[in-house]
Write a protein that binds this ligand. Structure first.
Ligand SMILES: Nc1ncnc2c1ncn2[C@@H]1O[C@H](COP(=O)(O)OP(=O)(O)O)[C@@H](O)[C@H]1O
Ligand SMILES: [Mg+2]
Length: 289
């Protein structure tokens, strides 16, 4: 194509000294979650469907790790298994060295769909899991107020979910997940239904919460910018069956800011993800010729 600007991007493997130092520190941290040769085959009316084959990676304490891949590659299947909402047909998931055999308060979940109880106030939504764990009402209310403050919703404790915007509902969902003080926060495209501006705001807010609380986050997205902006490492998945194509150490320095979206390390990582996740087909090449 003529007229296009071309400039050399660095290789995403190149890391500045602070980035290299951060990964050295991360590698020295304990493993919170181990995904150990995980496979999943569904038995359906059409016979067997292998959704995941031999997935393997570790999540370290305090890490922000994203999983990205084309639609249908098994991301939701994977995170449901990590949450203990479904089971693997091969391999295992270990949390702090113990096999995951069902759902538990040690893993907080935030989904794309709004999963709040519509008949409960914001505060009671956050208190729900705490009361299930046997926390007394007064104590549960105090903790709920704390977590609502963390997500910036102190003034909305008495509101009902239907009175909130999409971004605010997701903040309640995050407060509810954090209230259990999980070992790991599992998020499946949590900002996928939000408009671009709200989404950008939520990303910045999540990064602040992650940094302040030193929580471990596994985040599913199919948005390349979102993955690069938020993550330490990105698990790039492929299809047929779902597998890990590449584990990417994001070479962008922290703290992150939107100005970095046009930096060399950011664009180099995004370019690599494009190649892995959206490879150009023969048909697309023909159209470009
Ligand atoms: N309960 C199920 N029974 C049979 N097949 C399923 C089931 N859940 C998911 N699948 C299949 O597994 C594959 C991965 O789906 P999913 O995990 O939802 O992908 P993603 O979240 O990456 O879009 C798809 O082919 C889907 O049809
Ligand atoms: Mg999905």
């Amino acid at each position: 194509m003529t007229g296009a600007t071309h400039f050399e991007l660095p290789d995403y493997h190149e890391q500045s000294p602070p980035v290299r130092e951060r990964f050295a520190q991360l590698d020295a941290r304990p493993v919170v979650m181990r995904v150990d040769h995980l496979g999943k085959t569904f038995l359906g009316a059409q016979g067997e469907v292998q959704a995941l084959g031999d997935i393997e990676f570790d999540v370290r304490r305090g890490e922000f790790i994203s999983v990205i891949g084309p639609s249908g590659c098994g991301k939701s299947t994977l995170i449901r298994i990590l949450a203990g909402l479904d089971y693997p047909t091969e391999g295992a998931v270990m949390l702090d060295g113990e096999p995951v055999i069902g759902p538990g308060a040690d893993r907080g979940m935030v989904f794309q769909g709004y999963t709040l109880f519509p008949w409960l106030t914001v505060e009671k939504n956050v208190m729900f899991g705490l009361k299930m764990k046997g926390v007394k009402r007064r104590e549960a209310r105090e903790q709920a107020r704390h977590w609502l403050e963390v997500v910036g919703l102190s003034g909305f404790a008495g509101h009902y979910p239907k009175q909130l915007s999409g971004g605010m509902k997701q903040r309640v969902a995050i407060a509810r997940a954090l209230a259990n003080q999980p070992r790991i926060l599992l998020m499946d495209e949590p900002f996928g239904a939000l408009d671009a501006q709200t989404r950008a705001h939520m990303q910045a807010h999540l990064l602040k919460i992650w940094r302040d609380l030193d929580v471990t986050i596994l985040f599913i997205t199919h948005d390349l910018d979102e993955a690069v902006y938020l993550s330490d490492r990105i698990v790039a998945m492929g299809t047929g069956p779902g597998h890990v194509q590449e584990m990417i150490e994001v070479p962008v320095e922290r703290p992150r800011s939107p100005e970095q979206f046009l930096s060399g390390p950011f664009l180099a990582t995004k370019k690599r993800l494009e190649e892995l996740i959206h490879p150009r087909t023969e048909e697309m090449r023909a159209l470009e010729a």
